[in-house]
Ligand binder design. Structure first.
Ligand SMILES: Cc1ncc(COP(=O)(O)O)c(C=O)c1O
Length: 332
């Protein structure tokens, strides 16, 4: 199986912003764009993106999960990066059109079609270090993906890092490439030094998120995660899991959690920790690493609540449970 996100459908949806307006969207070859080497995005990182999925149901129909949420976040990221304002209606239609074009290629569960809307500043202007790009491009790439857990869902090792941060705090809620570049060096170091899978960034001793996922803990009937603020990405999976947890009768607490509290709770029976995101859905954390010491979380393996929540989410995505919150958009 090819690595997640390394295979693309041959065509994508594309619209360009020039002379203060968006062009009509087109379906074009996925390798058809050309950029000037002086393009704003290549120098000043005027770029944001999204990640969402389309799922195939047993009756053959194809549905995109929580498209409105991702399109809203895309518009918000674009605005906070001073990119041209996106037309949310147009972006939604582009997603629907390109998924419809490849409806027959959407894999069966546990696979899906990963959808990658991208917005980049295209103006050739290296003098604009402190000014926005006046032209830009939105494209929607598709990548069929398999089961992220092929080979078994192993509980992760997480380094709790109180000294660094993933990105500048005012950038956290923007889904922008620079934030990922910023988290890369510490994450590679954590892998090499501690065999950690990810870092949980805990600036000032309080939990935020990892390089590409949100963080949640379960203690008995309570699910706890950091309350929304501008310092971290407002994950669509996070919000979906909290809604499902509530539906299942759990108590949802959105608040600050200190590293001290986390380590105290880790050893308690019935405690689980997990990462949430579109790619990995919900993955259990088995071990915390902090100040050169290791702390087992619960049994150290995938926990029963994580498994139950993930199944409940997948059941909605895969059309096996009622879509009572209207999270699915039928495409074909
Ligand atoms: C930094 C970061 N945090 C959290 C998430 C989870 O967001 P979502 O659930 O919308 O995929 C992602 C993306 O997957 C991410 O890149």
């Amino acid at each position: 199986m090819a690595a997640f996100g390394s295979v693309f459908m041959p065509k994508m949806a594309l619209a360009t912003f020039e002379n203060n307006q968006w062009s009509d969207a087109q379906i074009v070859s996925s390798d058809s764009i050309s950029l000037h080497p002086g393009a704003h995005v290549l120098h000043y990182s005027s770029t944001c993106f999204e990640g969402l999925k389309a799922f195939r149901h047993e009756d053959g129909s194809v549905h995109v999960f929580r498209m409105d949420q991702n399109v809203n976040r895309f518009a918000q990221s674009s605005q906070l990066l001073s990119l041209p304002e996106v037309d949310k209606e147009q972006v939604s239609q582009m997603i629907k059109d390109v998924v419809a074009e490849y409806a027959a290629d959407v894999p069966l569960p546990p696979g899906s079609m990963y959808i990658r809307p991208t917005h980049i500043g295209t103006e050739a202007a290296v003098g604009k270090a402190a000014a926005p790009s006046e032209t830009s491009m939105v494209y929607i790439l598709l990548s069929p993906v398999g089961d992220y857990f092929a080979g078994g869902a192993k509980a992760l090792r997480l380094l709790l890092d109180e000294t660094g941060q993933r990105c500048a705090p005012h950038m956290g809620m923007i889904k922008s490439g620079g934030n990922y570049a910023s988290a890369l060096a510490p994450t590679l170091e954590a892998k090499a030094k501690y065999q950690a899978d990810q870092i949980l960034f805990c600036p000032n001793g309080y939990i935020t998120e990892t390089g590409a996922a949100n963080f949640l803990i379960v203690d008995g009937n309570e699910i706890i995660t950091k309350a929304l603020d501008s310092s971290f990405l407002h994950g669509v999976t996070r919000s979906s899991i909290l809604t499902i947890a509530e539906d299942l009768g759990m108590t949802v607490s959105e608040r600050e959690v200190s590293v001290e509290e986390l380590l105290e709770r880790a050893a308690k029976p019935g405690v689980e920790a997990m990462l949430s995101g579109t790619a990995a859905v919900l993955t259990s954390v088995g071990t915390f690493i902090h100040n050169d010491k290791e702390y087992k979380v619960g049994s150290g393996d995938t926990g029963p609540v994580a498994q139950k929540l993930r199944q409940a989410l997948n059941d909605i995505q895969w059309g096996k449970a009622p879509d009572k919150h209207n999270w699915l958009t039928k495409i074909a």
